[in-house]
Design a protein around this ligand. Structure first.
Ligand code: ATP
Ligand code: MG
Length: 346
């Protein structure tokens, strides 16, 4: 079912449930939640111990009776009840105030491109459990393109690559609709896992997941030739379990992440191949807009620019593009267009 921007304008809250981060935009207020999609639960009492940033800091550091969970995977709510509890805590009383003002609350939620009806239903259930009477589903690619300020309603091609934590979604849009799109199960998480696995295989070092970020700087060296050629990392020796440091060189990390990065490139090529030549010609000028939190991965933009030979810009606050686009839609600030990929489930 197709809904118009009029229906989205009636929503009072916009939500992006990401594998890594949950973002909530409240109409007339702005972004009120931008926190990790993580909850920590006490297994003895079943009560929530922490959510968001606090819960994320607990990963790998909890006693046996505390379980740290991620209720959203690949942009899909896999544990509806936990997602509701997490959202309720993250939002606090902000939503209930909005809800009191407007008792028949409508919510807009973005869902990954091509998501299954079951996944869409889980997103709807999560929001209805929080008091929404009606939930409008918007394709993440459309929301992100609007959030990046792309002129999607014109008869000209625009290309967006949303590189999130669990997935990379790629689309060419024209006249407010998706012409060709692809979702690849590769994002920041897969890239981080490849680096962790490499250190384990090559150096017998177990790296805490939160220690991967400094290694990202090395990727910049491989893409731009600037930055450190090697970096010292601290972890746990896989055999002795003692703390140990190793010096890791740039080239080995580049090789470790070559496979996931090639998948992103293949996805871009597959989408371009399915587009009519006129639209691809537009893109030679206009280029690619890179969004999603992993767009901040140092050197990713340079690597994609070099390998595709197309101009590429990284969106402002790339992780927030989708929720920003949804926000513009609920505020009635998105330019008029036929949103083919918007669905409404009531
Ligand atoms: N400065 C940075 N450098 C490298 N990676 C980053 C940086 N900031 C965020 N990321 C990565 O971006 C990812 C989070 O991006 P984003 O917030 O778009 O994900 P998400 O929307 O929760 O995921 P998805 O859309 O796949 O469900 C994480 O994997 C994180 O490691
Ligand atoms: Mg996302």
């Amino acid at each position: 079912m197709t809904v118009s921007l009029d229906q989205l304008r009636r929503c009072s809250v916009a939500v992006d449930l990401g594998a890594a981060r949950t973002r909530v935009y409240l109409k007339n207020t702005g972004l009120v939640v931008d926190e990790p999609s993580v909850a920590a639960v006490d297994c003895h009492t079943g009560s929530l111990v922490a959510v968001g940033e606090t819960a994320e800091r607990m990963i790998g550091r909890t006693p046996d009776h505390i379980r740290v969970v991620r209720p959203i995977a690949s942009g899909i709510v896999v544990d509806v009840e936990m997602a509701q509890r997490m959202l309720r805590h993250l939002i606090g009383d902000k939503l209930s105030k909005a809800w009191r003002r407007k008792p028949i609350m409508r919510a807009a939620v973005c869902v990954p491109h091509g998501s299954e009806p079951m996944a869409q239903r889980a997103a709807v259930e999560t929001l209805t459990g929080l008091g929404a009477r009606r939930v409008e589903l918007v394709d993440t690619l459309i929301a992100a393109a609007v959030g990046c300020g792309l002129p999607v309603e014109y008869p000209e091609a625009t290309m967006i690559v949303v590189c999130g934590a669990a997935t990379t979604q790629i689309a060419v849009l024209s006249l407010g609709a998706i012409v060709a799109a692809e979702t690849i199960p590769v994002g920041g998480e897969v890239i981080d896992r490849a680096v962790i696995q490499h250190l384990r295989n090559q150096h017998a070092l177990m790296l805490p997941s939160q220690a991967v970020r400094p290694l990202h700087r090395m990727l910049e060296t491989t893409a731009t030739g600037q930055g450190p050629s090697s970096i010292e990392v601290h972890g746990m020796d896989a055999a002795s379990a003692l703390a140990r440091s190793v010096r890791v060189d740039t080239e080995s990390v580049r090789l470790a992440i070559r496979t996931p990065l090639n998948s992103v490139l293949d996805g871009i090529r597959a989408v371009l191949r399915r587009c009519p030549p006129d639209l691809v010609a537009d893109l030679a000028d206009r280029g690619i807009t890179l969004a999603g939190g992993s767009a901040l991965l140092p050197g990713l933009d340079t690597m994609l620019r070099t390998t595709t030979g197309m101009p590429l810009v990284v969106a402002d606050s790339p992780g927030n593009c989708a929720v920003r686009g949804l926000g513009a839609m609920v505020e009635g600030k998105a330019r008029p267009m036929a949103l083919e990929s918007v669905q409404s489930i009531g």
